[in-house]
Ligand binder design. Structure first.
Ligand code: CU
Length: 141
């Protein structure tokens, strides 16, 4: 009986000690100097995904072409499409637009990637110069 009481007492002490420790623990705060996480954007089915995204300055964005045709990442306003884009027969363009010149990937062949680091804040509207109906936006804060 006496041993049982002693064991119970030790158990209670252990519980109190654990609770005390838990209360004193402070959650680690995120470092303000942490570098922005890289972001992946897929190009599949003639679409950028995600189509609209907000990132922190300094973020490196990597696009991966998951289609079987080349695409581009070109910032600026897309030229008008004529005839309109139809899924399986994209409109061929004699020369690729370089848009506003801020981000110009050139042809991204199937399975290939293109990366760009956004160091300036702003809104980057972009399109595919092979298929100008493909558009997306990145906002850099
Ligand atoms: Cu394209």
């Amino acid at each position: 009986m006496r041993i049982a009481t002693r064991v119970l007492g030790l158990g209670l002490l252990a519980v109190v000690a654990l609770v005390g420790c838990a209360g004193a623990t402070t959650a680690p705060s995120a470092s303000p100097t942490a570098s922005p996480q890289p972001l992946a954007i897929s190009i599949k089915g003639f679409a950028f995904n995600p189509k609209t995204i907000e990132v922190a300055r300094g973020t490196t964005v990597t696009w991966t072409n998951g289609d079987t045709v080349p695409h581009t990442v070109t910032t600026g306003v897309a030229p008008p499409t004529f005839p309109p884009l139809s899924g399986s027969s994209p409109t061929p363009f004699p020369s690729l637009s370089s848009g506003d010149g801020r981000v110009v990937s050139g042809r991204i062949e199937p399975t290939k990637t293109f990366s760009f680091t956004f160091n300036d804040a702003g809104t980057f509207v972009y399109f595919c110069s092979v298929h100008p109906a493909m558009g997306a936006t990145i906002t850099v804060r």
